[in-house]
Design a protein around this ligand. Structure first.
Ligand code: NAP
Length: 284
């Protein structure tokens, strides 16, 4: 059984981004720039934003940080997005979700220019993914593809079951696995006989948000199991995934741990998307 190490693979991705960022600066004088907007003081969001800024620093991006008060109006936020859309020196714009309730998430996502939507949430980018055109892909599913490929796991022709159908993980994951020629099933809360459906999978991807829900009954012998879930274990207060790791790992050919699996890939792919945006703008 192989443990897929997201820390090692995300470090590889970041190292590659760092090298290309330095090259872009040296050869064309372009400094890659990511603008991160946080509205309000949600502690989890503050940690995410801090980690994104740290990653920018590491790979050599300029990062612009906008920390707006919790009572910021939608109009004020849209004005800032508009200003950043028009600023040629900014390559990526990210609004940390969730936003406070006076602001409509969809309006915000739609307002970000698709060329700078490094989160890959804009309908133009989702549509591009759907029809196989270039665009930005949501970072967590894009990171999972990198985890699989860089662990030499063959996707072509494999049965893939994804549990979860959210816009940011489950659905784009299904489209990416389809692009890689897997046979894809998307399961969700209304799926009947979920364990039986999951047991079909050569590659099982859990993106549910329910601690340790996937037990050995859901897993075929020799399957690859990717755990996207980030949950807090009520008893131990430690982070745990959607997969009951100790119970499932002995049956798998490969598995991602939580923490240290999918999680670190998300920020690495965000850096990759932002570099990609700068390269496209530079005509590369
Ligand atoms: P979400 O929007 O809440 O979606 C959860 C999905 O799971 C829904 O499609 C839901 O089905 C399905 N589901 C819920 N209960 C189920 C059940 N009992 N059986 C089968 N399916 C069930 O969550 P998300 O944003 O996709 O995130 C999922 C998990 O991944 C969370 O733990 C989140 O923290 C984590 N996450 C991690 C990263 C990372 O970087 N590692 C990034 C994003 C998310 P319905 O559609 O029928 O309601």
């Amino acid at each position: 059984m192989k443990i897929i190490d997201g820390k090692v693979i995300s470090a590889q991705v970041k190292e590659e981004v760092k090298e290309k960022t330095a090259k872009l600066k040296a050869e064309k004088g372009i400094e890659v720039c990511l603008a991160v907007i946080l509205v309000g003081e949600d502690p989890a969001s503050q940690v995410y934003v801090r980690n994104k800024k740290k990653a920018c620093e590491y790979v050599g991006f300029k990062s612009l940080s906008y920390e707006l008060p919790g009572d910021t109006s939608q109009e004020e936020l849209l004005e800032l997005i508009d200003k950043l859309n028009k600023d040629d020196s900014v390559h990526g714009i990210l609004v940390q979700m969730p936003v406070p309730k006076q602001i409509d998430e969809k309006t915000v996502i739609d307002a970000i220019s698709p060329e700078k939507d490094v989160d890959g949430f804009h309908p133009m980018n989702v549509g591009a993914l759907c029809i196989g055109e270039p665009g930005f892909v949501s970072c967590t599913p894009a990171g999972i593809i990198q985890l699989l490929k860089r662990s030499d796991i063959d996707i072509n022709g494999k049965e893939c079951v994804i549990v979860g159908r959210s816009n940011i993980v489950g659905k784009p994951m299904a489209l990416l696995m389809l692009r890689e020629n897997a046979t894809v099933t998307v399961a969700h809360s209304r799926t009947k006989d979920l364990a039986e459906v999951c047991r079909r999978a050569d590659i099982l991807i859990a993106a549910v948000g329910k601690a340790k829900m996937i037990t050995e009954d859901y897993v075929k012998d020799g399957a690859v199991v990717i755990d996207v879930g980030i949950n807090r274990n009520a008893e131990t207060n430690k982070l745990c995934g959607d997969v009951d790791y100790d119970n499932v790992a002995p049956k798998c050919s490969a598995i991602t741990p939580v923490p240290g699996g999918v999680g670190p890939m998300t920020i690495a792919m965000l850096m990759n998307n932002c570099l990609e945006s700068a390269l496209r703008k530079a005509g590369e």
